[in-house]
Write a protein that binds this ligand. Structure first.
Ligand SMILES: *Cc1c(COP(=O)(O)O)cnc(C)c1O
Length: 319
């Protein structure tokens, strides 16, 4: 019962399949959910949020969409692609100063026709209100998407993703004990928490914090709790009925977008044993966290584990 309108922007359901070789010597079964294959100009998890957010933009009669992120933001690149497909003007506020050479997601956002504004220290949308006023004054009808697309409406995409997973697992007659994934602006996690409760999925969620810096002035855990409180009622359930879901915070010490040598080694191993590409910012870190739990036998033997691949491939070209 999706409560709200959405536009189709991606290819769903995304594939779900086992990974055998990388866990050959470990007492676990591993599967992967391929949100790196959602479409939308090389895919990624933001596609699910944008289907809801851009439906609202269209319903409001917007002609211009504003959002923000880092220079290698996957969210911004997917927003640029979606706006192109829907005929909307797209403005991106990206942290830092103009680089000598534009690569990866930045290059793709440019190719997709987005208007790009560099915002120095700010990479989480701090300057969006000022740009909004400027464009409104110029006669545009603006729709603002927050950092990472993580408000309650965007997070609906991941409530629905859990229904998708439930159907796939029902067809395969299996269920997961753990789901590991990267959590950064909180929408993916909040949606999974509400969706897991709503569709009664038994897996324990294992969100790996990628960025230790606050989001919109608050710690990520608080952001997630606030999102769940706003999101649950949209789907007809009480936020109190949703079990807490603590972030794994032991893996982000190096800082956001810093690929550690251990993460890089594992990324190479996954590529060379499975033919799967991880990205250097999010999924390499989340996969490392999962693998570390497996190596240290921190999960019960025989557990069936799902790695939710959230995308991010274009950032590989920027490293
Ligand atoms: C944005 C992003 C995430 C994190 O999702 P949030 O909803 O922001 O927590 C994870 N992986 C990739 C590749 C992303 O682009």
């Amino acid at each position: 019962m999706p409560p709200l309108q959405k536009v189709n922007l991606g290819f769903f359901p995304t594939p779900l399949h086992p990974l055998k070789r990388i866990v050959k010597n470990l007492p676990y079964e591993l599967w992967i959910k391929r949100d790196d294959q959602t479409g939308l100009a090389t895919g990624g998890n933001k596609c699910r949020k944008l289907e809801y957010l851009l439906a609202e933009a269209l319903a409001q009669g917007a002609d211009t969409v504003l959002t923000a992120g880092a220079q290698q933001s996957n969210h911004c690149r997917q927003t640029a692609a979606a706006c192109a497909a829907l005929g909307l003007e797209c403005h991106l506020m990206l942290g830092g100063v103009p680089p000598a050479v534009e690569t990866g997601n930045l290059k793709l956002s440019r190719l997709l026709g987005a208007h790009i504004h560099f915002t120095g220290q700010n990479r989480k949308g701090e300057a969006l209100p000022a740009l909004y006023r400027r464009l409104q004054d110029a006669g545009k009808r603006c729709y603002v998407i927050p950092y990472g697309g993580s408000n309650a409406l965007g997070a609906c995409g991941f409530v629905e993703a859990m229904a998708e997973l439930k159907e796939q697992t029902a067809q395969l007659a299996l269920s997961f004990d753990y789901i590991f994934f990267a959590s950064s602006s909180g929408g993916t996690q909040a949606g999974m928490m509400v969706g897991s409760a709503l569709y009664r999925l038994p897996a324990r969620l294992m969100p790996v914090r990628i960025d230790k810096e606050p989001v919109e002035g608050a710690a990520l855990q608080k952001k997630v709790n606030d999102l769940v409180a706003a999101l649950a009622p949209l789907w007809g359930i009480q936020a109190d009925n949703i079990p807490p879901c603590p972030l794994l915070t032991d893996y982000d010490a190096a800082g956001y977008a810093v690929l550690t040598p251990q993460e890089q080694r594992l990324m190479e191993e996954v590529a060379r044993t499975e033919g799967i590409l991880l990205d250097p910012v999010y999924t390499a870190r989340a996969f490392y966290a999962m693998y570390d739990h497996m190596k240290k036998k921190q999960l019960p033997e025989g557990s069936r584990v799902l790695f939710w691949h959230t995308g991010g491939i274009p950032a590989l070209w920027a490293y």
